[in-house]
Design a protein around this ligand. Structure first.
Ligand SMILES: Nc1ncnc2c1ncn2[C@@H]1O[C@H](COP(=O)(O)OP(=O)(O)OP(=O)(O)O)[C@@H](O)[C@H]1O
Length: 255
């Protein structure tokens, strides 16, 4: 039995305007799982993912990560815990004017003093490691180009390389392929899956595309109206379940 790496208990998020984005999320995640979260627009997928590293502050609940509650962590503790959590965003979040390799080096910032990071003082070994990670995502020939000269799919592969360089134990990817065409989407998902298998990352990905979710996930979690509506392996995600996840209104829990 694989070890539980993340245990989420009674997680709730109510925004200041009263929107109950997460009502009561309970989820236990094992090391090495590749989980895809699906659900209609506004279901709470993004809020859920961003709550895990507190980019969105939970209103209540527990998020036990490596045995410690992220929700209760003070600033210093949170910074330390975040080193262990890689994040991949829909909009890539690269520093556009900097070369690709520098963006990959930024994966190490959580481990450096603030002034060293600000001055970009990376040593030879760190640069070589970043270049070799770029090679692993097929971008060795793009290392010294400005990040914004790359295509969207390439930029997302740089973001994957940056996450690999961070050596986290878990990766959160919020709609990583939402702004990409189907071919680039496939390439990005392939590299993400490969990185997670090779590095043993536990991965949670929000996706709009159910076909991609079925293709890449070990386990699918369907969120609807701020609650978990489905949680199981791909083979249990029938067309009926998919339809009811995406149907308007609130129906009984199918599982
Ligand atoms: N900053 C905010 N203030 C108030 N309400 C918010 C805020 N951010 C999100 N919401 C609301 O919380 C609910 C969940 O939003 P969230 O973005 O988590 O959903 P989602 O499933 O990721 O949607 P999408 O697939 O469209 O990105 C929605 O009703 C949304 O309008």
């Amino acid at each position: 039995m694989m070890e539980t790496i993340l245990e989420i208990r009674q997680l709730k998020k109510t925004y200041p305007d009263g929107t109950e984005a997460l009502k009561n999320i309970n989820l236990s995640i094992k090391r090495g799982e590749f989980i895809v979260i699906i659900g209609p627009s506004g279901a709470g997928k993004s809020t859920f993912l961003r709550s895990i590293n507190r980019l969105s502050e939970p209103t209540s609940g527990e998020i036990i990560f490596h045995g410690e509650d992220i929700v209760k962590a003070n600033r210093a503790k949170l910074r330390k815990m975040r080193r262990n959590i890689g994040m991949i965003f829909q909009g890539f979040n690269l520093v556009k004017r900097l070369p690709t390799v520098r963006n990959v080096l930024h994966g190490k910032l959580g481990y450096m003093s603030t002034w060293k990071g600000a001055l970009g003082l990376f040593n030879q070994e760190e640069v070589e490691e970043a270049l070799s990670i770029l090679e692993r995502v097929g971008l060795e020939d793009q290392a010294f180009k400005r990040a914004d000269e790359l295509s969207g799919g390439q930029q997302q592969r740089v973001a994957i390389a940056r996450a690999i360089n961070q050596s986290p134990s878990i990766i959160l990817a919020d709609e990583p392929i939402a702004s990409l065409d189907p071919n680039s989407s496939r390439v990005v998902m392939d590299y993400l899956q490969k990185a997670c298998q090779e590095e043993g990352f536990t991965t949670i990905v929000n996706l709009h595309q159910v076909d991609f979710a079925k293709e890449y996930a070990d386990r699918i979690v369907g969120i609807k109206n701020g609650e978990i509506y489905f949680d199981g392996p791909v083979k249990e995600l029938s067309d009926d379940v998919i339809q009811s996840i995406y149907a308007k209104g609130k129906e009984a829990m199918p599982v």
